[in-house]
Ligand binder design. Structure first.
Ligand code: NAG
Ligand code: NAG
Length: 222
């Protein structure tokens, strides 16, 4: 665990360096973490899925991006036919006749967030049009996680549904959650690293990153 804390400390330094405290990009995190794990048997894979609910209970996985040190830190986009993850953890292909309904529903969910709506609809259309047999399936994602002999440790930025998606896909791996919140609701924000592999989460590291003023302006610690 000391090693992980070392990695996180470095990550924090990088984040502060790039002044991107709210949401570090996949590549920023990957570049930093990689320096510390060159010699290690583990690699960090940063995972971010695009998804939407398609009815009251089922999730539609639309695309994802992952980055790890093997791919020169570049986030790799995972594209394939969208897949429906049901509450009973079944995986289903999205049927053509369901598409229109899904689009309408997505339109309702994101009616106040036009940028997100456009992004998701665009991605959904692109995925549906994809030629070839790629499906956003367990096998496909698993291949990416295990491109070498290193053990993947999955890192989310504030991920809740991302974890659920991986579990529904049957990909239970060691998982970490990087998040930032104010402990006492006093606008002093802490960056936190939580181990979330099991059903409870364990705080590994916490560090103050700054104060957010009412106007949204972010002050870095000195
Ligand atoms: C990760 O952290 C965020 C922010 O605290 C939290 O909302 C989310 O539930 C956490 N994810 C998991 C899977 O514990
Ligand atoms: C984390 O996610 C929660 C719930 O989705 C959101 O309210 C919060 O603003 C997010 N925090 C960060 C630091 O992205």
């Amino acid at each position: 665990m000391n090693r992980i804390i070392g990695i996180i400390t470095m990550t924090l330094n990088l984040i502060i360096l790039v002044r991107d405290t709210r949401e570090p990009t996949c590549s920023q995190l990957a570049i930093l973490t990689d320096e510390l794990i060159q010699a290690d048997k583990i690699k960090f894979v940063i995972v971010d899925f695009e998804f939407t609910m398609i009815n009251r209970k089922d999730l539609l996985l639309v695309s994802g991006s992952m980055s790890n040190s093997l791919d020169k830190y570049k986030p790799v986009k995972l594209e394939g036919k969208p897949i429906v993850l049901t509450t009973t953890n079944k995986l289903k292909m999205l049927q053509n006749r369901e598409v229109k309904k899904v689009m309408q529903r997505v339109g309702r969910i994101f009616r106040n967030k036009p940028e997100l709506l456009l992004l998701l609809l665009g991605q959904l259309e692109a995925s549906l049009k994809l030629k070839g047999g790629t499906i956003l399936s367990t096998t496909y994602i698993n291949q990416y996680l295990h491109t070498d002999n290193r053990i993947p440790v999955i890192v989310f930025w504030n991920g809740t549904t991302d974890k659920e998606i991986l579990q529904k896909l049957g990909l239970n791996r060691k998982m970490l959650n990087i998040t930032s919140y104010s402990d006492n609701n006093n606008n002093y924000f802490n960056l936190k690293l939580l181990e979330i592999s099991g059903s409870t989460s364990k705080l590994l590291y916490s560090s103050r990153i700054g104060y957010q003023e009412k106007n949204g302006y972010y002050k870095m610690p000195i």
